[in-house]
Design a protein around this ligand. Structure first.
Ligand code: NAP
Ligand code: ZN
Length: 346
């Protein structure tokens, strides 16, 4: 099946319209008519080659929401017409210990990314900036009725990437959580941590988005450009979630952790983030990382968001404005996730 898409032809080149081939619907596959596709900063890192060479042309997009158009004969979990979502992965081995534990994202044989990855049949995956996608039913999520579908799309990456560490490190009542960077991931971290009952602080480069941050659920808001912030908040947080796409001075942020506190890095800058052991030792602190979340946990996150009435703040754009949206994300001028209306690709 030949479908319309937007692809990056080479590293650093603007995205342009193209067509791509989608595989036949196999026994366990779901054909999804894509309605919405979020723009994640990871799409930009990937197409710009920040993380290494890519199999161009690359159709990005791993925050996909649409409706089921067809299912294979062995699919029992989704029906034609259901509203569904696909996140950052479309396959994994399913048999290793990590897959069996629900951590498909850490599959020992390598999870298959939604785009720019080699699928288990040897083909290169292409993502959600497209009209249709065929995905194994085991990697297709159910989008609850209560969530606006366009605002649900970013939950498939930004939502789960922040939900997972907030859960694992017990964000909740009595816990002080700081979120570094108020972009796509950051704004979801604020909403989710607030819904979990934590006391939430935003650490942003400036106070430009303070009003928004407080409206989204933050209790406090500080500018990291003000050196006084690091003195005022020293030793105060149980958990810091760093969502920044560029390298920051991690040691300065480790100093903001209380004893036994943890700084979880979800931001994925191309450069190393040097850590001074003294910043960890002087407070029994931890520096951790976390990558998206497993499939069952992603469904749990979607249900949690529906229950708490939360989703992303989105700016919907037609596909032909994707390059402009990339520029705005790179300039930290996103409020707070761009979502492509896939009907503009038809
Ligand atoms: P985004 O919307 O661009 O948000 C990043 C935010 O970081 C910006 O809005 C800005 O917030 C802050 N920031 C940007 N440049 C900065 C700099 N030079 N210094 C300090 N702060 C800066 O990006 P995103 O989509 O949320 O993604 C964030 C990062 O997470 C990316 O690296 C992405 O690849 C990664 N990611 C990781 C996973 C995972 O599984 N671990 C999943 C998805 C994405 P302020 O304006 O508030 O300062
Ligand atoms: Zn993403």
């Amino acid at each position: 099946m030949r479908v319309n898409a937007y692809a990056a032809p080479a590293a650093g080149e603007p995205l342009a319209p193209t067509t791509i081939e989608r595989r036949e619907v196999g026994a366990t596959d779901v054909l999804i008519a894509i309605e919405w596709a979020g723009i994640c900063h990871s799409d930009i890192h990937t197409v710009n080659g920040d993380w290494g060479p890519q199999p161009y042309p690359v159709v990005p997009g791993h925050e996909i929401v649409g409706t089921v158009a067809e299912v294979g004969p062995d699919v029992t979990t989704h029906r034609v017409g259901d509203r569904v979502g696909v996140g950052c992965m479309v396959n994994s081995c399913g048999t290793c210990d990590n897959c069996r534990n629900g951590d498909e994202q850490y599959c020992r044989h390598g999870m298959v990314g939604t785009y720019a990855a080699t699928d288990r049949d040897g083909t290169t995956t292409q993502g959600g900036y497209s009209t249709h996608v065929v995905v194994d039913a085991g990697f297709v999520l159910s989008v609850p009725d209560g969530i606006d579908p366009a605002a649900a799309a970013p939950l498939l990456c930004a939502g789960i990437t922040t939900y997972s560490p907030l859960r694992r490190w017990n964000a909740g009542p009595g816990k002080k959580v700081a979120v570094v960077g108020l972009g796509g991931l950051g704004h979801m971290a604020v909403k989710i941590a607030h819904a979990m009952g934590a006391e939430v602080t935003v650490l942003s480069q400036s106070l430009k988005k303070q009003e928004d941050g407080l409206r989204l659920g933050a209790d406090h808001y500080f500018a990291t450009s003000d050196p006084g912030t690091f003195d005022a908040l020293a030793g105060s947080f149980d958990l810091i979630v760093n969502t920044v796409s560029a390298s920051i001075d991690v040691n300065a942020y480790l100093g903001l952790l209380a004893v036994d506190g943890t700084l979880v890095n979800v931001g994925a800058p191309p450069e190393p983030l040097p850590v001074n052991a003294m910043a960890l030792i002087g407070g029994r602190r931890s520096f951790a990382g976390s990558m998206i979340g497993g499939i069952a946990e992603t469904q749990e996150m979607l249900d949690f968001c529906a229950e708490h009435g939360i989703a992303a703040e989105v700016e919907v754009i037609p596909a032909d404005r994707v390059n402009e949206a990339y520029e705005r994300v790179l300039a930290s001028d996103v409020r707070y996730r761009f979502v492509i209306d896939a009907s503009t690709l038809a």
